[in-house]
Ligand binder design. Structure first.
Ligand code: ADP
Length: 501
């Protein structure tokens, strides 16, 4: 175990992690895996053992889905009035806020990210999103239709639609924003009256387990939310295949997303997929180079670059290219690398050894394909999964580091000549999640926005998310929206009712 007692943690964090061996939540009970198998969770900052959690398998998935089905049909949940669902979500949001420091510390120790940033971004956005979705619980509406039925001119009909919860939701999330992604799924599911089997990533299950306690404390009936821990093959795959799951919602890699999408079709399970990205940061001619460099640094280095919409490709007008890249390299060099619990840390470790090696191997691929390493370019230190913030220049648009998602603190920078060229390059990857344009030239900005094939376009900012704004991908970045009113649709069926009167 890491020397947690030497870290300045809240009493709640120390107490939670002192358990060392944790259980998962099925049907309101904290249980071990039926097989008795367990999974080790490491602290990526020092590679020490943080916790041991159940390594669930198909039998546990079945138990969790059955519990969620029972809860879905139980009067306590099925007949609960919308204002009561709203009240429960608001209570959960309050609890998340009350436990913000603890959730942020656990997230930091589990994922590597800065606890300070986790508190002000991950946890604050989680609470804000739960509150936003709480408001929708009482505003789910159908429509009434005036019907013609031309072939029955002498009869009267009334038509209306009802929205109904889709049922049991299988929610599978990635490790980059463990708590926030869980809330992205739980918020609309619980607002609409669904029940949930939540599977956190095997690297970062701890905040989901802590959240399970808060869900119980908020007063949710047993089985409405189940949290099971394990890896993709042991839990994710059986959950995806399970015929009792009515909707799958996934955040993770495009590769796994495709597997989930295919499996979902087998049972006609509703599915939304929030997948990878290779988001461009486009700096127009008029943009102050200092502003562009600061924005580009934030776009790629936030969360160690482990952000699906990270600004991982930087296109700068050739006039300012050298200056912006030099300033960006200065920003990168100035970032304080360290343990996420240290309040002065700006860049923590990557989540796992696998991810660190993957990112370093991409840097090597870049080098071998002729990229110039402007700054960074290697692991940082020898303990913990730290990677230096890196800038690669002299890269070819078709090279792998430009085309493929690296998911780490590595940005590729390229100069461009004109708007049409940069729009074409911006769209020239399989992905389409986010893009940012840096300029105050309104007319050029407006000409560019419709040309960019991505789910979000930011102007003079990047990585900004708000509960009210739909977020999701074009192309291989997935389909369906998280957040905003649009997110609710994915958790609701629409029933048409026609009555002869
Ligand atoms: P990454 O490649 O960034 O680790 P993944 O897409 O592999 O991200 O993982 C995201 C989530 O998907 C995790 O919770 C993981 O356990 C889960 N997962 C991985 N493989 C599968 C699979 N075959 N079926 C369902 N879920 C999976």
């Amino acid at each position: 175990m890491s020397a947690l007692e030497n870290l300045p943690l809240t009493a709640r964090t120390s107490e939670f992690l002192a358990r060392k061996s944790h259980l998962m939540l099925i049907d309101g009970k904290w249980v071990a895996a039926q097989s008795g198998q367990t999974l080790e969770v490491l602290n990526p900052a020092d590679e020490s053992l943080l916790a041991i959690v159940p390594f669930a398998g198909e039998a546990d998935v079945n138990a969790a889905v059955e519990a969620a089905q029972r809860a879905f049909n139980s009067p306590g949940w099925a007949k609960m009035k919308p204002d009561q669902r709203q009240r429960l979500l608001l209570r959960l949001a309050d609890l998340v806020e009350e436990h913000a420091k603890t959730l942020a510390e656990i997230e930091s120790l589990d994922n590597g990210k800065s606890a300070v940033i986790a508190e002000f971004v991950d946890v604050a956005l989680s609470a804000s999103y739960l509150r936003y979705m709480a408001g929708w619980a009482t505003k789910i509406e159908g429509s009434t239709m005036d019907l013609s039925l031309a072939f029955m001119p002498n009869n009267e009909f009334v038509g209306f639609t009802r929205r109904e919860p889709v049922g049991v939701v299988g929610a599978i999330v990635a490790w980059n924003f463990p708590l926030l992604l869980a809330c992205w799924k739980l918020g609309p599911a619980l607002a609409t009256g669904c029940t949930v089997v939540l599977k956190p990533a095997e690297q970062t299950p701890m905040t989901a387990l802590y959240l399970g306690q808060l869900i119980q404390a908020a007063g949710y009936p047993d089985g409405v939310v189940n949290v099971i821990t394990g890896d993709g093959p042991s839990v994710g795959a059986p959950l995806t295949r399970h015929p009792g799951v009515n909707k799958l919602t996934f955040t993770g890699s495009t590769e796994v997303g495709k597997l989930i999408g295919k499996a979902a079709m087998e049972n006609m399970t509703r599915v939304t997929l929030e997948l990878g990205g290779k988001s461009p940061v486009i700096v127009l001619e008029d943009c102050d180079p200092a502003v562009a460099a600061g924005g580009a640094a934030q776009a790629i280095y936030f969360n160690q670059g482990q952000v699906c919409c990270a600004g991982s490709r930087l296109y700068v007008h050739k006039k300012n290219f050298d200056r912006v890249v030099a300033d960006l390299a200065d920003h990168a060099k100035a970032l304080k690398i360290g343990h996420g619990i240290d309040a002065s840390t700006q860049l923590g470790p990557l989540v796992s050894q696998e991810q660190m090696e993957r990112v370093c191997s991409y840097i090597d691929i870049g080098r071998s394909q002729g990229a110039e390493v402007v700054t960074g370019g290697a692991r940082s230190g020898t303990t913990g999964y730290f990677v230096q913030p890196t800038v690669l220049a002299n890269v070819d648009q078709k090279s792998r580091v430009v085309q493929e998602e690296i998911f780490g603190p590595v940005v590729v920078a390229m100069p461009y000549d004109d708007l049409d060229q940069v729009a074409a390059w911006a769209n020239d990857t399989p992905y389409g999640l986010g893009a940012s344009i840096w300029s105050n030239d309104l007319s050029r900005v407006h000409r560019l926005i419709p040309k960019i094939k991505s789910g979000t376009v930011w102007v003079n900012c990047h990585n900004m998310l708000d509960p009210a704004m739909p977020f999701g991908g074009y192309k291989q970045s997935g389909f369906g929206k998280e957040m905003g009113r649009a997110a609710l649709d994915a958790y609701l069926e629409q029933k048409s009712v026609m009555m002869a009167v």
